[in-house]
Write a protein that binds this ligand. Structure first.
Ligand code: ADE
Length: 217
């Protein structure tokens, strides 16, 4: 079973989503497991501090090494083969193929969610998979962690209803995007469903869908 351990200062921002809909169903069916480590517990001094100012000057605060190393080591003590994911704008861009690779892996992933202006570079020595969600900057790793988990878990056989839905959807075949789909009613405020979809002619329907599939940028 695939397992994700999320190391975060903001568990309350991550947990509700994982207790909802498909993610929750995946855990109920024993197809995925999620747990949390509170980075604050590994903080230093009476204030359990986890960050400090950068050497050489500059704005903001950086995550310190000690709490992060201690938190990751606490997970690895029980699960030495767990792989560490770091969401970071300088990571490898996350794609559907990356999600598919993890979904087939049955491994334990630790997702370290940085916060503040950044992290001490020595933290990279612990990281197996630096992952970027795209060319923009977020305030922390919590949203990327959820996006990574969601995109992986939905591909695990048995999580979505019909096994076909993950197979034929967008990006399942290179950069092809899914074709437009329609449900009832046939006529909604004058906007009608393309007649070919009601024709019962599977060859024509397949042709229409192919012609109307998009391409990713
Ligand atoms: N943390 C901040 N920005 C990010 C991004 N674009 N992708 C992944 N992690 C991030």
């Amino acid at each position: 079973m695939i397992k994700f351990t999320v190391i975060t200062l903001f568990r309350e921002a991550v947990e509700p989503y994982l207790k909802t809909s498909m993610m929750w169903k995946a855990t109920e069916k024993g197809l995925a497991q999620f747990d949390f480590v509170d980075l604050r517990e590994f903080g230093l001094g009476p204030h359990k501090s986890v960050d400090d100012t950068p050497y050489g000057g500059g704005d903001g605060m950086l995550l310190r090494c000690e709490p992060v190393f201690a938190a990751i080591e606490s997970v690895k003590a029980k699960s030495p083969d767990a792989k560490v994911i770091l969401p970071t704008p300088v990571g490898k861009v996350w794609k559907q193929d990356s999600a598919r690779e993890l979904a087939n892996s049955d491994a334990h992933y630790i997702i370290l969610c940085p916060h503040y202006e950044g992290y001490d570079e020595r933290i990279m020595s612990l990281v197996d998979l630096p992952i970027s969600l795209g060319k923009y900057v977020l305030t922390g790793g919590e949203l990327p962690a959820l996006i990574i988990i969601d995109s992986v878990v939905r591909l695990i056989p048995g999580v979505l209803g019909g096994e076909k839905s993950a197979e034929i959807e967008s990006f399942s075949d290179g950069d092809n995007l899914e074709y437009p789909q329609y449900t009832k009613p046939y006529d909604f405020r004058g906007m009608k469903v393309p007649d070919v979809l009601l024709s019962g002619n599977h060859g024509e329907i397949a042709k229409w869908r192919k012609e109307n599939s998009g391409k990713a940028e």
